[in-house]
Design a protein around this ligand. Structure first.
Ligand SMILES: Nc1nc2c(ncn2[C@@H]2O[C@H](COP(=O)(O)OP(=O)(O)OP(=O)(O)O)[C@@H](O)[C@H]2O)c(=O)[nH]1
Ligand SMILES: [Mg+2]
Length: 451
């Protein structure tokens, strides 16, 4: 995500770090580089101009903060201005006093509306709501079916019928009232380009459902061209915000950085992958940190909290503390990590990770291979890996489609990890956290403390 933009900023700041006080000429040089980096990232030129001007003003006025080095000052200023450009605050959803809260999704064809509807349904469920999905895309025969599949994956009912989109949407809201569902998410049809017919249809759907939130789903990979469609939709629908999809494939960040300033509406959610869990509330501050290569630890912790099973984590903490963390626990932990999404994405959120590692082709299949090896072991072997020698090793290798030396490597790595965790006293730390949280009756998730 935003890799090429991050690289550019990294280069700019690295050169800056070598300098002492910044004179006017140096500031101008930095600003010129920032401007170029943003334009290359496909950020709208008006947005770039505003952003660079604000950075310049802040740099001129910033001479007083003596505690920071010039490089740190500039980074801090750029960080703050990026946050502002991305919308400042996160959008907080408020719910209608008289349910259901209606959410309407609109957007061009293939922008990620239907997937987004499923992801949003999952998100609302995590907030303790009971959503209903409404399939008002009767354009494509498979559209409603796609929504039904997503609905069943997230455990949310789907309403649709073979009438017309406006009627479906209207009856969908009535159905939610009847069933006592407190959130309605309406998926609509897309077109290849903005056209009158499309606008007329969503406009009428909007009229009959009176949505509390109208979100435009935008494919981030289109870059700033996406922003033009946003303007057209905003005129027709009065948008409340944007759901930026496919951010995982967006190396440049042009759409993300342009939308708020051009359309005047914030990015509400970010969709960062094909899986239903790859969906986040959009936080301008965290996104700015990511763009500047400062990592995004908060999102990582939140993800861990959402996806990590508290019981499994508590069990592992206990095992660690008692010094009997086995391959069995290791396997369970690994499955938890897998739930958090592709490894590459997780690593991208860590601060200070060298670029080479971020770009390294980290293969999720590696996890699968380790899993296969552990699964080919008997319970006794998992408890006591010392007993795995000669013929056992060969059997495990055959059973998992790997080689005896791969089995050996895994055992060695596991032993190292075990040693390290003991040395770090990680078990004790986790157990302490657990005891503390236990008293408060809270959850027992060891936030981000995984080895
Ligand atoms: N990598 C990635 N793919 C995504 C994301 N969101 C959606 N997709 C993919 O984009 C494609 C289109 O998504 P849909 O949700 O069907 O898009 P849509 O807007 O409903 O499309 P129409 O109904 O045809 O207008 C699908 O293959 C999705 O899996 C995302 O955040 N990341
Ligand atoms: Mg669709």
């Amino acid at each position: 995500m935003f890799d090429s933009l991050s690289d550019r900023f990294e280069g700019i700041f690295t050169r800056l770090r070598g300098k002492g006080r910044l004179g006017e000429a140096e500031v101008d040089e930095v600003l010129r580089e920032i401007r170029l980096a943003l334009l290359e990232a496909d950020v709208n030129f008006k947005v770039v101009r505003g952003l660079v001007n604000r950075i310049r003003e802040a740099c001129v006025g910033a001479e007083l903060a003596k505690s920071l080095s010039p490089a740190q000052q500039v980074i801090k200023i750029v960080h703050q201005e990026l946050i502002a450009t991305l919308g400042g605050e996160s959008l907080r959803i408020t719910y209608a006093p008289k349910p259901p809260t209606v959410v309407l999704l609109a957007g061009l064809q293939g922008s990620g509306k239907t997937t987004g509807a499923g992801k949003l349904a999952r998100w609302f469920k995590q907030q303790g709501r009971n959503p209903l999905l409404v399939g008002a895309d009767l354009q494509r025969p498979a559209a409603v079916e796609q929504l039904r599949v997503l609905g069943s994956q997230v455990g949310v009912p789907v309403f649709s019928e073979a009438t017309d989109p406006v009627t479906v949407a209207k009856r969908g809201v009535e159905e939610a009232e009847r069933l006592g569902r407190d959130v309605v998410i309406v998926d609509t049809a897309g077109r290849l380009t903005v056209d009158e017919e499309l606008m007329d249809e969503v406009r009428r759907i909007s009229e009959v459902t009176s949505p509390h939130y109208t979100f435009l789903v935008i494919d981030a990979m289109i870059g700033q061209a996406a922003v033009e469609t946003a303007e057209a939709f905003h005129e027709a629908l009065a948008l409340d915000g944007v759901i930026l999809s496919k951010l995982d494939g967006d190396a440049r960040g042009g759409a993300a950085l342009s939308v708020k300033e051009v359309v005047g509406r914030p990015i509400a959610f970010a969709s960062v992958g094909e899986k239903l869990a790859d969906f986040e509330t959009f936080h301008p501050d965290r996104m700015a940190s990511r763009i500047l290569g400062m990592g995004d630890v908060l999102t990582l912790i939140e993800k861990a909290e959402q996806e990590y099973d508290a019981d499994v984590a508590a069990k592992a903490a206990q095992a660690l503390q008692e010094g009997r963390f086995t391959l069995e626990d290791f396997l369970e932990q690994m499955q938890q990590i897998k739930k958090m999404g592709p490894l590459q994405g997780i690593i991208g959120m860590l601060p200070g990770i060298p670029k080479e590692l971020k770009n390294a082709d980290i293969d999720d299949r590696e996890l699968g291979r380790i899993e296969a090896i552990i699964r080919s072991m008997t319970p006794a072997e998992r408890q006591n890996p010392e007993m795995i020698t000669g013929s056992r090793r060969l059997r495990i290798a055959n059973g998992s489609g790997s080689t005896p030396s791969e089995v050996n490597l895994l055992l060695k790595q596991f032993k190292e990890a075990q040693k390290m965790m003991n040395a770090m006293g990680l078990g004790r730390v986790m157990a302490k956290k657990k005891a503390k949280k236990g008293k408060k009756g809270g959850r027992t998730t060891p936030k981000g403390r995984r080895p």
